[in-house]
Design a protein around this ligand. Structure first.
Ligand SMILES: NC(=O)c1ccc[n+]([C@@H]2O[C@H](COP(=O)([O-])OP(=O)(O)OC[C@H]3O[C@@H](n4cnc5c(N)ncnc54)[C@H](O)[C@@H]3O)[C@@H](O)[C@H]2O)c1
Length: 284
């Protein structure tokens, strides 16, 4: 077995939603492991910060303002990536939006359409144009960001749940259509990750306490805690892994009926806060 399986030297990786949260942490991690990183996102200022961070650490990065729900934008992003870096080896289709809690009976069509077009159609469009290129070169690895909401329901999140279940379906279909070519497609299903998307959950003290009490680790993940799985799935270490959904949720989805811990929840929370994951600043 090779010793350097997680090495992206001279490889080109595309990350959507790379301006913030999980996407930014993963873009930085790919760059740290040698990749040229192309970023597609709506948020120009924040995306520029990500590319500047990568370049300041000696990496290569480009950004194109992209709405993943727009076919022409996605096509242009992939063309620019290939022209600038000479190819496309891996993609992390991660851009996404959430919606305010609304039961199905009160969920408006505009919200439903917006979430489906970014979270589901966006992944479809990225897959479509990435695979057109990868099928020509006969290699590639793709990770789509789903969610634990792609595996189980979440009351008040119907559009998001539907989109993320759809992402898992797209992942399996893309995997089976391309396995014979050696192109692999998998999905990441995070639990609660502390990003701008979930900032409101932190700011609402009562909700935050409920969330922490329900989380087996009594905390949300830091975005950097998602990057190991994405890099692994895109690397040669995962050369026989395709069509699967990988849950990274601190044991959230396997919790049973009984209380999580024998010790007092407040005591457990303090212990976990003390141990809280501290990301290592990226170095090159
Ligand atoms: N944070 C969580 O708890 C959590 C849990 C499960 C899954 N996820 C998923 O992880 C992914 C990343 O989310 P995050 O938590 O890092 O949130 P985030 O808000 O920090 O990042 C989302 C990124 O997507 C970009 N984006 C939004 N709409 C876009 C569009 N139409 N075109 C291009 N870019 C667009 C945003 O500008 C932002 O950079 C999403 O798909 C989200 O659904 C997040």
């Amino acid at each position: 077995m090779q010793s350097n399986l997680i090495d992206f030297t001279d490889k080109t990786v595309l990350v959507t939603g790379g301006s913030s949260g999980i996407g930014r942490a993963t873009a930085l991690a790919f760059a740290k492991h040698g990749a040229n990183v192309a970023i597609g996102d709506m948020n120009e200022t924040a995306a520029q910060e990500t590319t500047d961070l990568i370049k300041s650490q000696g990496g290569k990065s480009l950004f194109l303002k992209t709405n993943v729900a727009q076919s022409s934008d996605v096509k242009a992003l992939i063309e620019k990536t290939i022209q600038s870096f000479g190819g496309l080896d891996c993609a992390f289709n991660n851009a996404g939006v959430f919606h305010p809690p609304l039961m199905i009976n009160e969920l408006d069509e505009a919200t439903f359409d917006r979430v489906i077009s970014v979270d589901l159609k966006g992944v479809f469009l990225c897959l479509k144009y990435e695979l057109q290129h990868m099928r020509k070169t006969g290699r590639g690895a793709i990770v789509n960001t789903a969610s634990i909401a792609g595996l189980q329901p979440e009351a008040g999140a119907a559009a998001y749940v539907a989109a993320k279940h759809g992402v898992i379906g797209l992942t399996k279909t893309a995997a089976i259509e391309n396995a014979h070519l050696g192109i692999r497609v998998n999905a990441l299903a995070p639990g609660w990750v502390r990003t701008p998307m979930t900032k409101e959950w932190e700011e609402n003290q009562e909700f935050n306490e409920k969330l922490r009490a329900a989380a087996p680790m009594h905390r949300g993940a830091e975005p950097e805690e998602m990057t190991g799985m994405v890099l692994y799935l895109c690397s040669d270490a995962a050369s026989y892994v395709s069509g699967q959904t990988f849950v990274v949720d601190g044991a959230q989805t396997i919790r049973g009926l009984l209380p999580i811990e024998v010790e007092e929840p407040a005591q457990a929370q303090r212990r976990n806060d003390a141990r809280q994951f501290q990301p290592t600043p990226p170095t090159h």
